[in-house]
Design a protein around this ligand. Structure first.
Ligand code: SME
Length: 176
């Protein structure tokens, strides 16, 4: 059934290909190979789009699709709290105070935290009991943390400096 858009009718097949052009190419391989494949695709997804929420949503979606981690998403600094932003995964805590949990500590320290075993991180906020390890990176604009990217895994010690290197590169691509 053709759909009406303005004065024109577009056939369903045309609309189908518009949507499919946003498909990611998901690859097998080691961590570096996966990030190297994903990075230019993320660049393509963000190109020409200035809306923060749209871009955060696509970054979370792309990372979840490639790596299938338990949870990947953003907390945005709003009125002296971190507030849940676009994410992929199970439902999560909506607000985190500065200095609390891994996310709030990342915010107060303005530096990336790699937590190999969340059970050993004092004050870790367990939004999901399946989470075993975590990486949280600050998004810094004009010397201020404006948001954090949080990634959780069901595996212990999932994240390392390779993740930090590439996730920081991806965060740099997001306009704020
Ligand atoms: N574990 C985080 C809370 C956010 S959820 O993992 C999505 C923390 O300790 O800050």
């Amino acid at each position: 059934m053709p759909r009406k858009t303005g004065a024109f009718f577009l056939p369903a097949t045309y609309l189908y290909f518009c949507i499919m052009s946003e498909d990611l190419q998901i690859i097998q391989g080691n961590k570096t190979e996966q990030y190297e494949s994903l990075l230019p695709q993320v660049l393509g997804l963000l190109e020409g789009e200035t809306d923060l929420i749209a871009n955060m949503a696509n970054v979370a979606g792309a990372l979840k699709e490639q790596f299938n981690w338990l949870w990947v998403g953003f907390y945005i600094v709003k009125e002296e709290e971190l507030v849940l932003g676009p994410f992929q995964g199970p439902v999560a805590c909506t607000r985190i105070r500065k200095g609390k949990g891994v996310c709030g500590t990342c915010w107060s320290q303005a530096s990336t935290l790699i937590v190999p075993d969340v059970a050993k991180f004092p004050g870790h906020i367990a939004c999901n009991s399946l989470s075993k390890s975590e990486i949280v990176l600050p998004m810094i604009r004009q010397d201020k943390v404006v948001a954090v990217l949080d990634v959780d895994s069901t595996e212990l010690a999932q994240f390392d400096e390779t993740d930090q290197y590439y996730l920081e590169k991806i965060l740099d691509l997001i306009r704020f």
